[in-house]
Design a protein around this ligand. Structure first.
Ligand code: ASP
Length: 340
């Protein structure tokens, strides 16, 4: 059987076409997908598409939309061998990370892609991204999907979704996965890095939709004031705070700061340590400036991206786990989002 691929268009630059008279960008008409990209007729697959209406700029992305996407994937899971999600690049790494946790026992490719230039522009990067994403979503070996995980495909590279971040607002190569190797490189051939790709299980696919957004992120900077720190730590309803620390997970050793964190953890707030550095990992205890965090009950995010840490906490809290279980699972790789 030839694979069937479902394309879900959520919005973003990729789906825009420029009005030749006014220069205004208008959303792409998905009813006429093949008119816009005639190349896809050459694929030997069934390619169906669903478009959000209205489409959304990804800066307006919300967990409710992730739930909608997860439901669409669940409803269509048996009918298609692979999925391509067209998405604005700005928050694509958050969506890919969130879906990686929400799609449990995934055995089919879910490939997110987008572009820096609209698909209707001559120099667009969107066509290559879109066409290759479809090819990757359909790629099979010995009857099984080659990449049964949530990925981002952008500018010739396939990344594990929950390891990526958008690092450039202008270059076609907009994403990076600093702490994990690329899953495939597209050149004349698409070369898959099979050793780095997750192996699917035979367990039944199911989705998780009860994300809990009662979290906060506090980015440290020299000069941060006690009132800002205390306002974040005591925000009503917040159950977990990610502190974006320096380097290998270091934070100030000023008395007021240490006390604020100790008091918060003692009251049951979950405090997680994720570095402002994109490469490398938090190692609590490497320096004096991080050893105290470990003792204060702060949990290490190790080499997780901030996008993965945020969405993983929403997933863990949403599961209704106790504080100690959230802390335990936060430090364990669940979907390859951190190095074991
Ligand atoms: N603002 C757009 C979005 O993220 C940018 C893009 O598509 O790359 O929706």
């Amino acid at each position: 059987m030839q694979p069937g691929i479902l394309v879900i268009y959520t919005g973003g630059t990729i789906g825009m076409v420029e009005d030749s008279e006014t220069g205004v960008l208008n959303p792409f008409d998905f009813e006429h997908l093949t008119d816009q990209i005639p190349e896809i007729k050459k694929f030997n697959y069934r390619i169906d598409s669903i478009s959000f209406d209205p489409i959304i700029d990804s800066s307006n992305m919300e967990p409710a939309v992730w739930v909608r996407l997860a439901r669409l994937l669940e409803e269509n899971y048996e009918a298609y061998e692979g999925f391509v999600i067209l998405h604005g690049s700005d928050t694509m790494a958050y969506t890919a990370s969130a879906l990686s946790f929400m799609l449990e026992n995934l055995s089919r490719p879910v490939i997110l892609t987008g572009s820096q230039l609209p698909i209707g522009m001559i120099r667009t990067d969107g066509k290559e991204n879109f066409i290759t994403a479809i090819e990757i979503a359909a790629a099979r070996k010995d009857g099984r999907a080659i990449v049964p995980e949530v990925c981002i495909y952008f500018e010739y590279q396939l990344y594990r979704g929950n390891r990526t971040h958008k690092y450039n607002a202008e270059h076609f190569e907009a994403f990076r996965s600093v702490n994990y190797p690329v899953l495939a490189q597209a050149g004349v051939h698409i070369r898959y890095n099979e050793a780095a790709i997750h192996q699917a299980t035979d367990q039944e696919f199911r989705i998780f939709t009860r994300l809990d957004t009662n979290i906060a992120v506090l980015k440290l900077f020299p000069g941060i004031s006690p009132s800002v720190v205390s306002a974040v730590l005591s925000t009503e309803g917040v159950r977990a705070v990610i502190i974006e620390t320096y380097g290998a997970g270091n934070a100030p050793t000023q008395q007021w700061f240490m006390e604020a964190l100790r008091e918060a953890t003692a009251k049951g707030l979950i405090i997680c340590n994720v570095s402002q550095c994109r490469g490398g990992a938090v190692i609590q205890g490497k320096y004096e400036t991080s050893a105290w965090l470990e003792k204060a009950g702060v949990v290490s995010g190790r080499d997780m991206t901030i996008e993965a840490a945020v969405t993983k906490l929403m997933y863990l809290l949403g599961n209704g786990y106790s504080t100690s279980r959230v802390k335990k699972y936060f430090q364990k790789p669940l979907r390859g989002e951190m190095t074991a």
